[in-house]
Design a protein around this ligand. Structure first.
Ligand code: ADP
Ligand code: MG
Length: 680
């Protein structure tokens, strides 16, 4: 990379430097990574007598004469050019110098949009290159089109780019030679030339592949580096093979584990038996049974004489975990306690003391677990549920509660493989794909218009009368909790005075304080409320098996992944469940994402579609994960290159000698692009 300031390039004065700076371009290297957003094919040369009005054309011609006129304070520069078949007038407004830039007799190449003005063929603000230049940048070639900013024209930028491509440093190779060879990559210098000024489409495609590879390669090196660091420097307790407690817990579970659950646990168990700290993500759709797998892992650490911790994002979720497992674990002599914000005073002190003395085996809780006075005697395994609800720092704090505990994080957000490799490239991943047997798949329907909506609510009433419960989810209002709350309130008022008049309903939205929310949720869980009218605040992961119906108002206003998450709150019992997506006919056709949901219940398919429909930038708000922004690579499209880059990155980082020679280069790159990864 060339760190020389852009001012070292010919043609860059202070004014242009400031303009470039506004686009985040300060060095020659950064300039060269300002890639074209698209290209225009100006390779077809035309004759003047066969160009038509409205066409974009390229032709070569000879300058005849130039002239400047002033009309009402405006200057109009005209340049007459001709070839052997005809004549064209080139016109510029308020750029008088254009009339004299090219002298009569000079050969030029012209590109622009043709219009006829009376009898003359005219092109306004064309691109013109003098043919005496060794290389034309704007015409007669595939021309790069850049993102621009005010005060910086396309021609200027192309000229600067050409100048930058003349410098040596910026073009230095960054990828080891043997990787270039084995992956058939173009060299860096060639690739940059071709990206900016392609010689043809095919070569440009190869150039792009090289740059995409480079971006992904460095990212994968960074992830491999982080992983290796963890492996090199730190040792966890190597656990014994599964023993009595694990076996008995498995026997005592009220169900048979699915194959995916068993495989996941086997992977986790094997990790824990090594002194290399486990760093594993357990992925599985809502309701796939991740908790049982986590409990087995916790039992394993406990039978090894260590302690376990399970952190959940909300009190209700923590309580549910505690309720569902303390009895099961109690039978095995495992001592479990819960620690949330609600636990205070002497109750809290007792827990903390028992924990420190090793008289507690498992602590379940919320963020409250992260407080400094929560000290374990010896923590063997830290489990984070719904990990995306916690920041990287919070997860780290939890793991910091032990010497080097094994770490398991769980996520109900299915992530396509490409994303997983990138977001969690430094983690091992276990996946539960199949749902426990006996689940009836949720029937998802799209309903249009007022009449249909009314019918849907009548159906909800009949579900309630049969002793079941339901959710009504109200439109999301972008960036405004207040308006969201209002819209939910409006729907609540409407429904409770009409169809749901005789049903016990409650309202839940983000404007209510935490206590109010918890109370409503608790009553719903307990079954004393039949229908919950709410915004998207309903808890992730909450288990209300009797809730069989979800109605989503104005569903088109939700994202695909979000709708899938919401839907996961029904279908948790043995009764048939429904998710109805209401859509307003007037707002056009049914959006693709609603259709996707009505076609599949598989979270992984939903995630792939979501990624394809929205692009990775939007997906999961993925910038939050602290990954660098890719300049050219697309995590959705470049799957194959990503896999290659990952393989190359891992191989390189696993070879100490080679990676040492790369380290300076990598460090520099990492700090520049992946700084967040290293501090995060
Ligand atoms: P999630 O993966 O969303 O955290 P849970 O662990 O909460 O899912 O499990 C959802 C429900 O499925 C729970 O009621 C749990 O008892 C039940 N369950 C889990 N595994 C199985 C299984 N193998 N067979 C039947 N039911 C299961
Ligand atoms: Mg869960």
């Amino acid at each position: 990379m060339d760190d020389k300031p852009v001012q070292t390039l010919k043609g860059v004065g202070d004014a242009i430097a400031v303009t470039l700076g506004r686009m985040g371009i300060h060095t020659v290297g950064e300039l060269l990574e300002h890639f074209p957003i698209r290209y225009e094919d100006r390779t077809q040369l035309r004759k003047i007598n066969d160009i038509r009005s409205g066409e974009f054309v390229t032709f070569d011609a000879t300058v005849e004469r130039g002239e400047v006129n002033r009309i009402r304070g405006k200057s109009i520069a005209r340049l007459w050019v001709r070839d052997e078949t005809g004549q064209v007038v080139l016109v510029w407004f308020n750029q008088p110098y254009r009339a004299t830039t090219w002298k009569p007799g000079v050969k030029v190449m012209v590109y622009g949009k043709v219009n006829r003005f009376r009898d003359t063929v005219q092109i306004e603000t064309p691109e013109v290159d003098a043919m005496s230049h060794s290389e034309s940048l704007n015409t007669a070639r595939i021309v790069p089109v850049y993102p621009l900013t005010q005060g910086l024209g396309a021609r200027t930028l192309r000229k600067l780019m050409a100048a930058a491509l003349e410098t040596q440093n910026a073009l230095m190779e960054t990828i080891p030679h043997d990787i270039i060879q084995s992956h058939h990559l173009m060299d860096r210098s060639g690739a940059l030339h071709e990206i900016h000024f392609p010689s043809d489409w095919e070569t440009m495609r190869l150039a792009k592949r090289r740059i995409v590879f480079e971006e992904l390669f460095f990212l994968q090196c960074a992830l491999a580096f982080l992983r290796r660091q963890r492996v090199d420097d730190r040792r966890s307790v190597a656990h014994q093979p599964d023993g009595e407690k694990v076996r008995r817990l498995q026997e005592n579970l009220p169900f048979q584990l699915t194959d995916d659950q068993l495989t996941s646990f086997k992977e986790i168990s094997a990790d824990m038996e090594s002194s290399r700290p486990m760093h594993r993500l357990l992925q599985g759709d809502v309701g796939s049974g991740k908790t049982a797998v986590a409990l087995l892992a916790l039992a394993k650490t406990i039978e090894n004489g260590l302690q376990g911790v399970l952190m959940a994002p909300t009190e209700i979720l923590a309580e549910q975990h505690f309720q569902s497992c303390s009895e099961l674990l109690g039978k095995l002599g495992i001592r479990t306690a819960i620690l949330t914000g609600r636990v205070k005073g002497s109750a809290r002190n007792q827990i903390l003391q028992a924990l420190q003395e090793g008289k507690l085996d498992l602590l379940i809780g919320t963020h409250a677990l992260l407080q400094p006075d929560v000290i374990f005697r010896q923590l063997g395994l830290a489990v984070t549920d719904e990990q995306h609800r916690f920041g990287v720092g919070q997860r780290a704090t939890l793991q910091g509660k032990g010497e080097v505990p094994h770490a398991l994080v769980m996520s109900a957000t299915p992530i396509p493989r490409t994303m997983a490799l990138t977001l969690y490239g430094d983690m091992d991943v276990s996946v539960i794909r199949q749902l426990p047997p006996g689940r009836k798949p949720i029937t998802t329907a799209i309903r249009l218009g007022k009449k249909a909506r009314e019918k849907v609510y009548h159906f909800l009433v009949s579900e309630v009368e049969a002793g079941r419960q339901g959710y009504v989810v109200c439109p999301l209002v972008e960036d405004s909790e207040k308006m969201e709350a209002q819209s939910a309130t409006t729907v609540f008022n409407e429904l409770t005075t009409t169809v749901l008049r005789n049903v016990s309903c409650c309202l839940l939205h983000g404007r209510m304080n935490a206590n109010e929310k918890e109370n409503v949720m608790r009553e719903f869980v307990a079954g004393s409320i039949s229908v919950l009218v709410s915004t998207t605040v309903i808890e992730v992961g909450i288990n209300v098996p009797r809730a069989t119906m979800m109605v989503v108002e104005d569903a088109a206003r939700f994202g695909l992944a979000q709708l899938h998450q919401l839907r996961g709150r029904v279908g948790r019992g043995s009764d048939r469940s429904y998710c109805v997506l209401l859509h307003n006919e007037e707002s056009g056709g049914v959006p693709e994402r609603l259709r996707v949901l009505s076609q599949t219940n598989d979270g992984f398919i939903v995630a792939e579609k979501d990624l394809a429909l929205r692009g990775p930038g939007q997906f999961l708000g993925y910038r939050q994960h602290g990954l660098p922004e890719m300049k050219m690579a697309s995590l959705a499209d470049d799957v194959n290159v990503l896999e290659e880059a990952r393989e190359a990155g891992i191989k390189l980082m696993n070879n100490p000698q080679e990676s040492a020679t790369m380290t300076t280069l990598l460090k520099e790159r990492f700090e520049r692009f992946f700084g967040i990864l290293f501090t995060g």
